[in-house]
Design a protein around this ligand. Structure first.
Ligand SMILES: NC(=O)C1=CN([C@@H]2O[C@H](COP(=O)(O)OP(=O)(O)OC[C@H]3O[C@@H](n4cnc5c(N)ncnc54)[C@H](O)[C@@H]3O)[C@@H](O)[C@H]2O)C=CC1
Ligand SMILES: O=C(O)CCC(=O)C(=O)O
Length: 384
């Protein structure tokens, strides 16, 4: 096991190079983790610990390059800072990525090696599930570190965080519907969903059960087939589309539940939806696109507000986990979004600007007074 120090990487598409420190921008710490015997190549990024130690799931993806993995982890960990502040939880922003194919490259030893690196940070970073990983993977990591959240319930964790995340997305869609069409009912509406994984599949099932019609896509064939089978007994209908076609569908809302950066200069011109509201982290490839969506009359529900259900559940482990409290806080996503939409409309700014304003004010108010702490050093946080 060894920790590689930051090095210079070519990241600038126009030919120049940016050092890792330039890339890090306002991040506090980036840890490159390599373990030859298990094949682990991972990066942990800690963005901001003003509100508490960093927390964020660990993503596993067959990244095309190390640069792409670094860029992803830096953006994801920043997003977690905003998500924690918006959801008002006592954690800061962090994230980890493992470079590898979740369908081929997983092993118990790989996650144990990851656990050792997490432990070496002494409580500055807590991790759990994200895209490509499952609660069961973290049973192995938890053999090496106490800083795991969202382990299966039979192991004392809060369990599958995609359940509250999916519930939060449904709350988000109801808020969108309330704001645009003055009803929280989703029956008869049409949604285009990208990604039918842990979160997207649950969202799709709930929408079909309510009588909504779906256009869906996933690079993993089996999940589409499974959803089509489910749909046979549910009131809504499913239509499969391929790849980027999902952005061209005329639907009430696009529900991104896979990768980030999908709202970009290219996809933007294709969009024929009235709203965007989904689980995927970092949906906007650049924040300014929020302003363009606003000009185009497309209501954007900020991702880090919509997808906070999982965070709300796993962070509640600190207080002994109370599922009623988790549900209540997850359902509050509806109200937070309504306030965001109204604030944006009132100030004629984009919804992402309105959301960022609230978060940045919250962070400013709570400027760090005790940096680099772990929850363990704060006994009051174990109060149940
Ligand atoms: N699991 C959770 O509780 C949370 C997840 N999120 C975010 O939600 C998104 C989905 O997460 P999970 O459902 O947990 O991941 P997952 O790995 O279970 O599912 C992702 C699905 O997207 C598909 N996919 C990947 N690339 C695709 C592409 N280019 N086009 C179409 N489909 C593609 C995969 O085949 C997979 O079925 C991610 O962005 C994740 O960061 C955010 C908050 C919490
Ligand atoms: O959902 C989780 O398990 C942890 C939170 C997280 O990583 C996220 O919200 O992206």
């Amino acid at each position: 096991m060894n920790t590689i120090q930051p090095m210079e990487l070519n990241l600038n598409q126009s030919g120049g190079s940016l050092s890792v420190f330039q890339q890090m921008s306002q991040h506090e710490q980036v840890v490159f983790c390599q373990d030859e015997s298990t094949g682990l190549k991972a990066i942990i990024a800690i963005h901001n610990t003003t509100l508490g130690p960093a927390l964020g799931g660990c993503r596993m993806r067959p990244y095309a390059s190390e640069e792409e993995a670094l860029e992803d982890v830096l953006r994801l960990s920043r997003g977690m800072t905003y998500k924690c502040a918006a959801a008002d939880v006592d954690f800061g922003g962090g994230k980890a990525v493992i470079i590898g194919d979740p369908h081929k490259d997983k092993s118990p030893e790989l996650f144990r090696a990851l656990g050792q690196f997490v432990q070496s940070l002494g409580g500055r970073y807590y991790t759990g599930c994200d895209m490509g990983t499952l609660p069961e993977d973290f049973v192995h990591a938890a053999k090496e570190t106490q800083y795991i959240v969202g382990a299966p319930e039979e192991y004392g964790g809060s369990g599958d965080s995609s359940i509250p995340t999916a519930h939060g997305v449904i709350m988000g869609l109801r808020a969108v519907s309330q704001f645009l069409w003055d009803t929280t009912h989703l029956a008869g509406k049409t949604f285009s969903i990208q990604g039918l994984g842990k979160v997207g599949f649950k969202v799709a099932e709930t929408l079909l059960a309510e009588g909504a019609n779906l256009f869906v896509t996933d690079i993993y064939e089996n999940s589409i087939i499974e959803l089509q089978k489910k749909a046979e007994t549910l009131p809504g209908e499913v239509t499969r589309v391929d790849g980027k076609e999902i952005f061209q569908i005329e639907a009430d809302a696009l529900v991104p539940c896979a990768i980030g950066g999908i709202i970009n200069d290219i996809s933007l011109s294709d969009l024929k939806v009235k709203a965007i509201c989904g689980a995927a982290n970092n949906q906007l490839s650049k924040d300014y696109l929020g302003g363009i969506l606003q000009q185009r009359g497309i209501l954007y529900a900020p991702d880090y507000i919509v997808n906070a259900g999982g965070l709300i559940q796993v962070s509640d482990e600190l207080y002994g986990l109370n599922k009623e409290r988790v549900l209540k806080k997850t359902e509050a996503i509806f109200e937070t979004l309504m306030q965001t939409f109204e604030a944006a409309a009132k100030q004629s700014i984009s919804t992402i600007e309105a959301a960022n304003q609230v978060v940045e004010q919250r962070l400013e108010l709570r400027k760090r007074n005790n940096s680099f702490f772990s929850h363990q050093q704060r006994p009051k946080w174990s109060i149940k």
